[in-house]
Design a protein around this ligand. Sequence first.
Ligand code: BES
Ligand code: MN
Ligand code: ZN
Length: 501
Amino acid sequence: MQLRVATDQPWDVRADVLVVPVLDEPVFDGPLGELDRRSSGELRALLEFGELQTKRYATALVASGDLPAGRLLAVGAGEAAKLDREAVVRIAASAERRLGGRTVTSLAVWLNPLAEVLEDGIEAVAELVARGVVEGTYDPQEIYRETVETAPPKIDELILVAPDADAGAVTRAAERGVIVGEGANIARTLSNRAANDVSPEVLADEATALANRHGLWIDVIDAQRAAEMGMGMFMAVGQGSDNRPRMIVMRSGGEGERDALDRHLAIVGKGVCFDSGGISIKPSDRMEEMKMDKTGACTVISAIATVARLSPGTPLLAVAPAVENMPGPHSTRPGDVVRALNGKMVDITNTDAEGRLILGDAMTYAERLGATHLVDVATLTGAVARAFGHLVTGAFGTPQPWYESVMEAANRSGEKYWQIPLVDDYVPEMESWYGDLINAGTPEGSLVKSGLFLREFRTVPWVHLDIGGSAYFRKAAPYAPRGATGVTHATLVELALAGAR
Ligand code: BES
Ligand code: MN
Ligand code: ZN
């Protein structure tokens, strides 16, 4: 896809389709009025008719009269006062998706209506719109099918219309947006792929291919080496499957190297290629969704590649423990007691609380490799989905200033989080009579307790992002298809790049 910034007025832009964001109470006396006049008054007429709505993500294809653009695509942007960065990404993605099945090779997006209300200005809007269009092209049905008739069109040229703007600066911002969007889509494809396709070994191969392409160091620790090293929690989950586990470790920059913020940041992602629950087997209802229990791993693997593309050499570590959680003669039983890599004795009361086991050893290992700051991403609980649904990611962290720095990156990315407290008073409920800890306590407060368990396996500042609800959509939204969303990818990239030199 070619990117071009047009500093012409939107009525002078030639493209198959020109996207026109329409905010609440559109005023037709400025440039929008001019565009309307030159489209023979179609915009106004369709608004009055009710075909064109300003409700967010509503779309209408509009005839373009004498304009050089073939058609106008009006996209509702909602209330101006409520426009945020996430909405800008999603408005652009909705436009691209609305054109599914249509023949469109050049797509123009008029940025000014959004830039006038989003406080961050035209360059931020260009980045977010470019990212949104790229994310909008994503269709998971293309993974296992030759042709998908309804797929969003493959755009040859994306034209960002920004009259009188600094074309160089807007282009650079948009290029960044394209790369972040592509990274999210790579994470989504890995995540959406089936468990018979992506085993821990295949996930490690995919990580190796990305590492080679982008000049990253990689180490794939196999089952034998992990057992010798003492990764008892990781092995307890992985030992039940014929598809042997892999601990995937990737690095940009030197070993233990500090970034511009004096951090050696590590991003750790849960990679359960299939979560049957193990011996504590899950009900069959919706069990097929558990192929996406590897989403955290897919996200950190793609995020470190994105960081390498945007700013090669930025110090960053990614650790992705990859396993399959299966019942079988070699599986861990409820009540088995194992030694974690950090020495703690863990009493596995529920083999379905497996994410925290593999993450615990992965975080210990990240610290051994020099990590000074940790962020983990995991489809850890169903409870977070019940609490926040699909549109908000649950977040934990300690100490609070580190949590706040991660949230600053989150704000730049536009992604939404809500903090869950680490309530010390629940710690006794996670203690084991046989060992140090149980991995699953009573259901009351189970979301808080999942965070308390993980907290035992790190000694440095740490944030935990629970994407159990936000990792994938069960049904399509205007701005995204059913399946993996790519959530947290942009946050992780922003966080790492804050330390780029
Ligand atoms: N992968 C699941 C959590 C999950 C469930 C994510 C549904 C997305 C949708 C996780 O491994 C799990 O099974 N968690 C248990 C924990 C419990 C046994 C303490 C849960 O949430 O029920
Ligand atoms: Mn589970
Ligand atoms: Zn799981």
